[in-house]
Write a new protein. Structure first.
Length: 195
């Protein structure tokens, strides 16, 4: 995984509540065995019509948000089934950070395990971000994981909480396997003694 600390980007304002994992990545796209290639299917049925043409008024089809690395949405983001493909699709599309007032627990944990920073802010703060993001033009923010801040281009700043363990994992780009490898010498020594 890639380490995360400072992410500076225009936000993509997804003005929807209760976004479930089947909307994030629909079941018909779960047949792949690799962890990559899912980004093209992110929010597929919201992004595309049945004939494959783009839905013109869907936020992710607006060129203003091309290359955005920060997704902002309403509460209960990632609810539904516990498919790990949902964070895979979000990350593969290019998002490193998801900001919402609340997340489904399993989705929230899967974000950390896959190198995505899920930031929980107060509902009023998220509403402010969405409002600025949906206004004409774009709205850029800087997320600083070390300082646990989200700072808008207009100087507005929000503080967020994160478990110290998850923070350390993201800052270092570690997953559970990376943690295990830190003890490789001890594991080897143990195996040699008990061979």
């Amino acid at each position: 995984m890639e380490p995360i600390n400072i992410v500076e980007s225009v936000i993509t304002p997804l003005d929807r509540k209760n976004v479930d994992t089947d909307q994030i990545i629909s079941k018909e796209f779960l047949k792949r065995i690799e962890r990559t290639g899912f980004g093209q299917y992110l929010f597929y049925h919201w992004r595309f019509n049945q004939d494959g043409s783009k839905v013109e008024d869907f936020v992710m089809n607006d060129p203003r948000f091309d290359g955005s690395r920060i997704l902002v949405a309403h509460d209960n983001f990632g609810c539904g089934s516990s498919r790990e493909h949902a964070p895979w699709a979000i990350q593969d599309y290019g998002f490193d950070v998801v900001i919402a007032p609340s997340f489904a627990d399993i989705f929230h944990n899967n974000c950390y395990k896959n190198g995505i920073l899920p930031i929980q802010l107060k509902e009023a703060e998220v509403e402010q971000l969405l409002e600025k993001g949906l206004a004409e033009g774009t709205y850029k923010v800087t997320v600083n994981l070390e300082e646990q801040t989200v700072k808008g281009e207009d100087g507005v700043q929000y503080q967020f909480d994160i478990d110290p363990y998850n923070k350390k994992m993201l800052l270092n780009g570690w997953d559970e396997i990376s943690i295990t490898f830190q003890y490789e010498d001890y594991i080897k020594k143990y195996e040699e003694q008990h061979a």
